[in-house]
Write a protein that binds this ligand. Structure first.
Ligand code: F6P
Length: 341
């Protein structure tokens, strides 16, 4: 068997751990593994690299991806899709393991429907994939964001300032919510719950005199009521139609300072939370998923995504996995709001 493996979309800590587990299990079965570089772009350009377990044996704790990634959309039109299928055949592949988030796996599902033998592995720091309880990378990103928020709280306290921390999270506020709760932020704003700037200003006016300093966590994709869509840095869109988010923290900080007179700073940890060495949880999850993906390939089961459900690793249909975005559930929203009151 000759298996291709690719990583698509934004990188997430744990990608190398998946690749490592894929290689270990594949070599035990005598399968050959080829790295397809830069996600789907590598399949389109036939840009590949032979992989051996010894190449990645020591990379379990390294964030990023040794086979690189990109946001290339292989299903943007029929010609591109056909090229992928043709190149899969030309490369002599028997199976493809696609490690990615919603975009990568939606493409994988479409290519599978057109005959490609693909198994998906869920990845995103955003944790917004429906078919799995957790995606690897999330736990690491949460811990990194929590540490950033905690240090910002310390300096905010010294200066009696309001600190606004903008945290990654495009459609769902999982990272902002978990890191904000874990660091004891005063207010957490997420895309699932559009807010009014005036309500945030009222909150600051009420709480700041009592507490001295305040820390507000806002997800980059959080939505302001009566504002058209999320705040963006650039109107350019990527191949999947996503705009370049960013700027809501700065915007909010200015509004707060203008309306209250309290000194307010905005900080954006941004990609820093994506580059940290994976936590033990993410390393183990990634390893389990990589191993399970090879087991599916060996059994000839395609069109599936390996997933964590409870404490078990199982497989779900790719179509189910990408059917909708997994948003923060109501009980957690209630909890964060109760703590902010
Ligand atoms: O999808 C993961 C993610 O980190 C999002 O939270 C964020 O909006 C996006 O990627 C940033 O993408 P890029 O690395 O292309 O700027």
């Amino acid at each position: 068997m000759r298996i291709g493996v690719l990583t698509g979309g934004g990188d997430a800590p744990g990608l190398n751990a998946v690749i490592r587990a894929v290689l270990k299990r594949a070599e035990q079965y005598g399968f050959e593994v080829v790295g397809i570089k830069y996600g789907w772009a590598g399949l389109l350009n036939m840009d590949t690299v032979p992989l051996k377990y010894s190449d990645v044996e020591d990379k379990i704790g390294e964030a990023g991806t040794v086979i690189k990634t990109s946001r290339t959309n292989p299903v943007k039109d029929e010609a591109t899709m056909n090229k992928c299928i043709e190149n899969f055949r030309k490369l002599g592949l028997d199976a493809l393991i696609a490690i990615g988030g919603d975009d990568t796996l939606t493409a994988a599902r479409k290519l599978h429907e057109s005959g490609l033998k693909v198994v998906g592995v869920p990845k995103t720091i955003d944790n917004d994939l429906k078919g799995t309880d957790y995606t690897f990378g999330f736990d690491t990103a949460v811990n990194a964001a929590m540490q950033a928020i905690e240090s910002l709280k310390t300096t905010a306290r010294s200066h009696d300032r309001v600190m606004v921390v903008e945290i990654m999270g495009r459609h769902a506020g999982w990272i902002a919510l978990y890191s904000g709760l874990a660091a004891g932020a005063d207010l957490i704003l997420i895309p699932e719950e559009p807010f009014k700037v005036s309500d945030v200003v009222e909150f600051v006016k009420r709480k700041k005199p009592e507490k001295g300093s305040l820390t507000i966590v806002v997800a980059e994709g959080a939505l302001i009521e009566d504002y058209k869509g999320p705040i963006t840095k650039d109107v350019k869109v990527d191949q999947y139609g996503h705009v370049y988010l960013g700027g809501i923290g700065e915007f909010l900080a200015k509004e707060i300072e203008k309306a209250t007179g309290f000194e307010t700073r905005a900080v954006v940890p941004a990609h820093i939370i994506r580059g940290m060495s994976p936590t033990a949880f993410d390393r183990v999850l990634a390893t389990r998923l990589g191993y399970a993906a090879v087991e599916l390939v060996r059994k000839g089961v395609f069109g599936k995504m390996v997933a964590l459900r409870g404490t078990e690793i199982m497989s779900v249909d790719l179509s189910e996995a990408v059917a909708e975005t997994k948003l923060v559930d109501k009980s957690l929203i209630e909890l964060k709001n109760a703590l902010a009151s």
